[in-house]
Ligand binder design. Sequence first.
Ligand SMILES: [Zn+2]
Length: 73
Amino acid sequence: MKKIISTVILALALTSCSEPKATHDEWQERHDRECASRITKFNYDGHSYLLYKDGAHGRGICHDANCECREEF
Ligand SMILES: [Zn+2]
């Protein structure tokens, strides 16, 4: 019970602070960082791929633009 109360108090303390309004650049930087944290690079069959995971909302895979096979052109 104490743990629940402590958690609620901590949540209230964190949300009650009035944060200064973010500029568009700050918002974009946070958004970029959040999206980048969902990308995993992996190798398969000699190529590099990017796997994008977004919880239960979806996944995507694309051929890495920096894959070594693209340096041959
Ligand atoms: Zn490739």
